[in-house]
Ligand binder design. Structure first.
Ligand code: PAF
Length: 303
């Protein structure tokens, strides 16, 4: 039976818990969350444990108002404290930092915040202005308070992972930002705290997102347009789905310069859509190109 984690709600309590846990120069791992923990988060805790060995794994639970825009789901974001604590206990988390809003933002909205750069205004940032400013600012603050060696982020929020990694590098934060593979339901739907908002019919419809990405993977050897076309065929016909974007980018989310590379190159396909009132995102890696194109340069058959 695992020991329950030490709970900290204030900076002082966190510092106290960490001083004890750090003794002997232990490696510290952090998993930042907004609570409503599910199997995806549990897998992040396990990744963190693998990285830190007997060092402390810290979970932060904080629904960050700064990353929600007007009209987004801040108020209805699920809060499931008792279940979250049970998950942290089961997964052997050592310290849970769950501060109130005024502990993180004692002076209200911060005057100095982290600028996510141009990528912060694209894809998710295009649809959710200010979102990544809010994410990076709170993650920088949490890194400052926890001072972790390693931070584990899920690939489900792929753009977030890329930007946090970039922030740690560009601002010399010294945190090793590790990505962990998305945990999925049996039909491929990515695990997400927001899935609980889906009614049974919507839940069924939402599975098309992952099917579309897998279709794209299957056609990726034929180049970017073929991969994109394969995904769009499913998404265009999907009932009850309001597509926000489907994008194929490089692994660091730069635009793809060559849509038909002769040698396979790594890429990422990302999708965002609304099913009912719930906004869902997903992504998968692609190996783009490598198939021999017809000499005419025409798109391969089926396009
Ligand atoms: O991915 C999340 O849950 C949040 O964006 C994060 C990283 C905890 C920042 O609030």
């Amino acid at each position: 039976m695992s020991r329950p984690p030490v709970l900290a709600a204030t900076r002082e309590e966190l510092a106290h818990a960490l001083a004890a846990a750090r003794r002997g120069g232990a490696t510290v791992g952090v998993v930042t969350t907004m609570g409503a923990l599910h199997e995806g988060h549990a897998s992040l805790f396990r990744h963190a444990r693998e990285r830190v060995g007997s060092g402390p794994v810290v979970a932060t639970i904080f629904v960050n108002p700064l990353q929600f825009g007007a009209g987004e789901d801040l108020d209805r974001y699920p809060r499931t404290w008792d279940d979250d604590l049970a998950t942290c206990t089961r997964e052997g988390v050592d310290v849970v930092f769950a501060p109130p809003v005024d502990e993180v933002y004692p002076d209200g909205d911060p005057v100095v915040a982290v600028d996510p750069g141009p990528l912060g205004a694209e894809l998710e940032g295009g649809s959710r202005p200010g979102h990544f400013r809010g994410v990076l600012t709170v993650v920088a603050k949490l890194f400052g308070l926890v001072r972790p060696d390693v931070a584990v982020f899920g690939e489900k929020d792929y753009q977030q992972l890329v930007l946090v990694r970039r922030m740690s590098r560009d601002l010399c934060l010294g945190v090793d930002v590790v990505g962990a593979e998305t945990v999925r339901e049996a039909d491929g739907l990515a695990r997400s705290s927001r899935n609980r908002f889906l009614g049974p019919e919507e839940r069924h419809r939402a599975a098309v997102l992952n099917r579309a990405l897998r279709e794209a993977q299957a056609r990726a050897a034929d180049g970017l347009p073929a991969a994109r076309g394969a995904a769009m065929r499913l998404l265009d016909d999907a009932p009850g789905l309001d597509l926000d974007y489907l994008a194929i980018r490089s692994p660091d989310l730069a635009e793809i310069a060559d849509p038909h590379p002769v040698e396979p190159v790594a890429a990422r396909i990302l999708v965002a859509a609304r099913v009912g009132t719930t906004r869902l995102i997903d992504n998968l890696p692609l190996a783009l190109g490598g198939a021999t194109l017809p000499a005419t340069g025409a798109t391969p058959s089926g396009q």
